[in-house]
Design a protein around this ligand. Structure first.
Ligand SMILES: *Cc1c(COP(=O)(O)O)cnc(C)c1O
Length: 358
C-alpha cells in the first residue's frame, strides 16, 4: 500500500502557477534585478561554454569555483581585509539548497525564526521534522532582545538582513548579542548589496556565524540558481559531507565565474537601484516602509476597504505584478524596484488605485 509521509500534510497543496509571465507584464513580485546581464558578459560566458566538455560531470566538490568566489569576496569587501579561501565557501543551487543543509547539520531541538521573514527557513525545518520556534520581530520589524529569548534548546537561528519582506536591516549590536551566545547564527544577506552593510567582517571573530549570499538579486542571475554560504571551515566540512554531489552545475559555475571576473556593471546597477528605491520611497511617503533592499513593503491599511488582494488585482489589470500577503500582512503588498520607467508605471497605477479609495 502506498502511504505518503504525514509531514506533507503540513504543506499547501500543489497548484500550477496561475500567473503567466508574458513580455507585456511588468513583474515586480520576485525582487529580481530588472536588468539582464549584458551581451558582452553573455559572450564571455558563451566562449567559456564552448571550451567546456558538457558530457563530463562538474568538479565533484566545486573546488575551483569555490576558490574563485573566496578571492572575489576578498576583493568585493576589500576594506574588511578578509582572508577567505575555498574552505570557507559552499556553493549551492540557489541559497535555498544551502538552507536545506543548514537545518540538518547542527544538533538541538529548535530552529529559531523571526517572522515576518523569508519562508524557506521554516519550510526546510518543517520538511525535516524539526520544531520551529517563532520569535516575531518587534513593531519596527527589528530583532530587539532576541538574545534573551534563546535558550539551550536552540539548534540554529535564522536572521534575514535586510529582511524579506520588510526591507530593513537588523541592528548590528543586536546581532552581536546573539552571536555572543555561541549558537549557530545564519545571517541571510540576499539583499545586503543594496544596504552596503555586511556581517561578513565578523567571520573570524565568531566561528558560529554563517553568511548566506546569492547571485539571484544584485548580480542579476536569478535564472542560473547560484547561492553561496560563507563560514568557518568546520561548518563547511560538515555541509560538504551531506551535500548532493554535482548539484552546482557547469553552466552555473561558468556564469558565476564570468560575473565575478567582470562585476563593474553589477556595481553600477546596484547604485541605480538604490537611487530608484530612494526616489520611489519618497513618492510613497506614508505608505512604504523604509527599505535597505531592492523592494518596498507598502502598507495600505490607511485606505479603508483596500486589501492586498484588491490592490494585487488592480495592478494585474494594469499589467503589473506585485507580491500580495495574507494573514497579519493582509493590508500589505511588496513591490520590487524596477527600471525608472517601470517604477513610474507602478507609481501612476498606485495613484489611480488610491483615488478609488479616497
Ligand atoms: C531571494 C532570496 C534568497 C535567494 O534565493 P536563491 O535560492 O539564491 O535564489 C535568499 N534569501 C532571501 C531572504 C531571499 O529573499
Amino acid at each position: 500500500m502506498m502511504k505518503f509521509n504525514p509531514i506533507l500534510s503540513n504543506f499547501p497543496e500543489y497548484k500550477p502557477s496561475s500567473t503567466i509571465i508574458s513580455s507585456d507584464l511588468i513583474d515586480l513580485s520576485k525582487n529580481e534585478n530588472p536588468f539582464d546581464v549584458s551581451h558582452e558578459i553573455k559572450q564571455i560566458f558563451y566562449n567559456k561554454i564552448n571550451q567546456t566538455s558538457l558530457n563530463r560531470y562538474p568538479e565533484l566538490t566545486s573546488e575551483t569555483i569555490r576558490q574563485k568566489i573566496a578571492e572575489f569576496l576578498n576583493d568585493y569587501f576589500k576594506s574588511y581585509k578578509l582572508n577567505l579561501n575555498k574552505n570557507n565557501i559552499v556553493v549551492g543551487n540557489g541559497s535555498d539548497e544551502l538552507i536545506s543543509y543548514l537545518v540538518k547539520i547542527f544538533d538541538g531541538e529548535e530552529v529559531i525564526v523571526c517572522p515576518p521573514t523569508f519562508e524557506m527557513y521554516e519550510f526546510y525545518s518543517t520538511l525535516h521534522n524539526l520544531k520551529v520556534k517563532e520569535v516575531p520581530l518587534d513593531q519596527n520589524f527589528e530583532i530587539r532582545n532576541l538574545d534573551q529569548k534563546i535558550n539551550e534548546k536552540a539548534r540554529l537561528i535564522f536572521i534575514c538582513s535586510p529582511n524579506n519582506p520588510t526591507g530593513n536591516i537588523q541592528p548590528e549590536d543586536e546581532i552581536i548579542k546573539i552571536l555572543e551566545k555561541g549558537f549557530p547564527v545564519v545571517i541571510d544577506e540576499a539583499y545586503a548589496d543594496f544596504s552596503k552593510k555586511s556581517m561578513i567582517k565578523y567571520l573570524e571573530k565568531y566561528p558560529n556565524l554563517i553568511i548566506l549570499r546569492t547571485f539571484s538579486k544584485a548580480f542579476g542571475l536569478a535564472g542560473i540558481r547560484a547561492g553561496i554560504l560563507i563560514a568557518n571551515q568546520e561548518i563547511v566540512n560538515q555541509i560538504m559531507k551531506i551535500k548532493s554531489p554535482y548539484s552546482f552545475n557547469i553552466l552555473s559555475e561558468k556564469m558565476v565565474e564570468t560575473i565575478i571576473e567582470n562585476y563593474e556593471d553589477v556595481l553600477k546597477t546596484i547604485d541605480y537601484i538604490i537611487e530608484e528605491r530612494n526616489a520611489l520611497s519618497k513618492k510613497l511617503v506614508g505608505y512604504a516602509l523604509k527599505s535597505d533592499s531592492n523592494f518596498l513593503l507598502i502598507d495600505l491599511s490607511k485606505k479603508k476597504g483596500l486589501t492586498a488582494e484588491k490592490a494585487y488585482n488592480f495592478f494585474l489589470e494594469n499589467k503589473i505584478i506585485v507580491r500580495k500577503y495574507t494573514g497579519v500582512f493582509e493590508n500589505k503588498i511588496r513591490v520590487t524596484v524596477g527600471t525608472k520607467e517601470e517604477n513610474q508605471k507602478f507609481l501612476d497605477c498606485f495613484n489611480s488605485l488610491l483615488d478609488k479609495y479616497y
